[in-house]
Design a binder for this molecule. Structure first.
Ligand code: HEC
Length: 149
């Protein structure tokens, strides 16, 4: 009986630790936020980043940005080629040297509480919230990015 109680206790402990460590993933956590807050301008009808850059004005006049609505598209703004772009644009200012919020921070929610909560989810997803560009970011810093599918 004692063994059973201890066994159950251990199982409950392991289960709790696992639940707490439940990984933030693109599918489960990021996509729903993205679809609601970002896809209107960065959805499937938006151009590839390189296409956008060719004629930025044309796309800006239409009020849309570059495509980011799939896991692979979004990763290009986390790691390569546009290292740290997602972090620089979404940061509330606390993670940047100039302390200014990125210009996409306001898109994270309709009010400050929602923006903060969604920013926290993006931060947990990325794992290493680093705003450095490709030329400045180190291999170690890139290695600590989680950004799980
Ligand atoms: C109202 C339209 C709109 C919404 C909504 C929007 N964006 Fe943007 N976004 C743009 C436009 C236009 C640009 C390009 C102009 C610029 O660089 O600011 C841009 C640029 C970006 C960039 C910079 C990409 C680069 O090449 O450096 C990132 C990252 C980004 N957005 C992420 C997001 C995320 C994440 C969301 C949702 C939380 C979001 N945006 C919501 C219009 C939008």
């Amino acid at each position: 009986m004692k063994k059973l109680v201890i066994g159950l206790g251990v199982m409950a402990f392991v289960w709790t630790v696992q639940a707490q460590a439940a990984e933030v993933t693109w599918q489960k956590d990021i996509k729903p936020i993205f679809d609601k807050q970002c896809a209107g301008c960065h959805g499937k009808d938006s151009p590839e980043a390189a296409e956008f850059k060719k004629d930025k004005k044309k796309w800006m006049d239409k009020g849309i940005g570059m495509r980011m609505d799939t896991y692979s598209h979004l990763l290009a703004f986390v790691g390569w080629p546009d290292a740290g772009a997602l972090m620089r644009r979404l940061d509330d200012g606390s993670g940047k040297a100039d302390k200014k919020a990125g210009n996409m921070y306001e898109q994270l929610g309709d009010n400050e509480a929602e923006r903060k909560a969604n920013l926290d989810i993006f931060k947990s997803w990325v794992g290493n919230w680093n705003t450095k560009r490709w030329s400045d970011v180190s291999k170690e810093e890139l290695n600590s990015i989680k950004a799980k599918y």
